[in-house]
Design a protein around this ligand. Structure first.
Ligand SMILES: [Zn+2]
Length: 230
């Protein structure tokens, strides 16, 4: 169940996340947007408010079918893709979208990020996929994103930017940061002739190791294949 609700504390968590996107050089101006699931819908950043001026009271509460509570600002024009993720992915309670520089470069070249670094597995798959292009804010874009996210927790959006999801806002933010790091790395390898891609077997080992890592496994346990918390 989501830890967020229609309250000031959750609104403030969204403000903090949007500002962190700027501090981490993942977002400039008003292009990024952030949301969190609530029991009745979601909280989302408003359209057209500069992050430096954003206050908790500006964050918009709305239902997942687009109905906005009275007396609030207009939600992000990209609200639909946030709402559709909550509707279709029960394990996701936070979504971060931004036009971070290297992810956007790759998205504009329509290149998904392959298994060129083991940390690609942090997106839950062997590649960070690329969603098909559609106009921003459209149902077509939302549908394309959902398809790309069917086997991953983050994706690039063709000719647009990136989308990262998580069980809470810090997890989604961290994943957006990782997508940008991986995009930067992939871009760099393309500049020197292209990466060497890890094969399926190697990536399967990484996914397995991540599972153990997530269960607070010690170094010795990793070596012996045992788990602390089973
Ligand atoms: Zn966008």
């Amino acid at each position: 169940m989501s830890v967020y609700g229609n309250n000031t504390e959750s609104r403030q968590a969204i403000v903090v996340t949007l500002k962190a996107l700027g501090d981490k050089q993942l977002n400039k101006g008003t292009s990024g947007n952030v949301s969190a699931r609530t029991p009745d819908g979601m909280l989302i950043t408003p359209t057209g408010v500069d992050p430096s001026l954003l206050l908790a009271e500006h964050i918009v509460h709305m239902t997942l079918d687009g109905s906005v509570d009275e007396g609030q600002l207009t939600p992000s024009s990209e609200w639909r893709m946030h709402a559709d993720i909550y509707r279709h992915k029960a394990s996701i309670d936070a979504v971060v979208h931004c036009h971070s520089p290297y992810a956007t470069i790759l998205a504009c070249a329509r290149r998904a990020i392959p298994a060129m670094h083991y940390m690609v597995a942090a997106a839950g798959s062997d590649a960070i996929p690329l969603a098909d292009y559609a106009t921003f804010g459209s149902q077509e874009l939302s549908t394309a994103n959902l398809q790309a996210l069917s086997g991953a927790t983050a994706c690039l959006l063709a000719n647009h930017g990136q989308l990262a999801t998580g069980r809470d806002l810090p997890t989604a933010l961290k994943l957006a940061e990782l997508v940008e790091e991986q995009a930067h790395c992939y871009w760099g390898t393309l500049c020197i002739g292209g990466p060497v891609i890890l094969d399926k077997q190697e990536m399967a080992s990484v996914h397995k190791a991540f599972e153990r890592y997530g269960q607070q496994t010690t170094r010795d346990d990793l070596a012996s294949g045992n788990r602390l918390n089973t």
